[in-house]
Design a protein around this ligand. Structure first.
Ligand SMILES: Nc1ncnc2c1ncn2[C@@H]1O[C@H](COP(=O)(O)OP(=O)(O)OP(=O)(O)O)[C@@H](O)[C@H]1O
Length: 259
């Protein structure tokens, strides 16, 4: 989040050189230029030494704090790869990438893991819950590992918020696909991340359950104000977002704001 204006101790935001009157908190959203993500000429080549595959070929993308973005594109166009790079799961091969004020290109894998912790929530199509842990443990454990001393309470509260307060001690195999995805959403949101990434979060669910999951994800996101980037093939879902970014052959092919 790049803030180009400083908040002074009296609660005003001011820039004497540019504006005659002080700016008050209500002006904040008008004058701040905040970016969750700023990518320039981002490239990703898999297996550069042996059989190189150029997947991202020069992505320029700014995502504002709190924006809800749908990422569309044909199969194999590079959507998941772009999400992996923007979320710090994969290191880009070239270009520049600032995420939540952190220079991802200056970090190694450990640095990226550290940068993700608590700040970036990820929801994937296949849930990826740990089978030997209960719903509560799946949500609490990452926060415990990050050093939170109230991890269990927060995990419990988030599982209640996603409608699973009565299934805290159940294991993933004892839960339906929709319930497992609710746990995954709780795990992503409980640490209070600035950014949430969702890669086809309804891909393994029937239509009705998928609809419920999207309602839940959007509702929880709205309550937290986090930035959300969601990969989808569902045009109706994309049209609910603030902006639709379409990727084609490793490049941004189209970038449209909602009407
Ligand atoms: N680890 C890898 N090594 C080599 N090539 C890869 C690797 N991962 C992905 N690719 C290739 O990168 C390209 C983009 O893949 P990616 O999964 O990002 O596309 P996608 O748009 O998300 O596709 P889909 O909608 O089918 O999930 C594909 O051609 C894929 O085969």
């Amino acid at each position: 989040m790049r803030k180009h204006w400083e908040l002074s101790t009296n609660g005003c935001v001011s820039s004497a050189s540019l504006l005659a009157r002080p700016l008050y908190l209500c002006d904040w959203f008008l004058v701040t230029s905040t970016n969750s993500i700023s990518a320039r000429n981002l490239t990703l080549t898999y297996d550069p030494e042996n059989t190189p595959v150029d997947v991202l070929r020069g992505i320029d993308l700014d995502i504002a704090t709190g924006e809800v973005i749908a990422l569309l594109g044909p199969s194999g166009s590079g959507k998941s790869s772009l999400m992996a790079v923007l979320s710090g799961l994969e290191r880009a091969t070239g270009g520049s990438l600032i995420v939540a004020d952190q220079d991802f290109m200056a970090m190694d894998e450990d640095g990226l893991a550290q940068a993700r912790r608590g700040k970036i929530g990820i929801v994937l199509q296949a849930f990826h819950l740990l089978p030997t842990m209960t719903a509560l443990e799946n949500v609490a454990t990452p926060m415990e590992l990050a050093g939170a001393d109230d991890a269990t309470e927060r995990a419990k509260a988030e599982l209640e918020a996603v409608g699973l307060g009565h299934r805290l001690d159940h294991y993933p195999t004892q839960l339906s696909g929709g319930e497992q995805q609710r746990v995954a959403i709780a795990r992503a949101i409980a640490p209070g991340p600035d950014l949430i990434f969702a890669d086809e979060p309804t891909g393994n669910l029937d239509v009705a359950t998928g609809h419920d999951i999207i309602e839940l994800l959007f509702a929880r996101r709205a309550e937290t104000g986090a930035t959300l980037l969601v990969i989808t093939h569902d045009v109706e879902l994309a049209e609910r977002c603030d902006r639709i970014v379409t990727i084609g052959d490793g490049l941004i092919a189209k970038d449209t704001k909602a009407a």
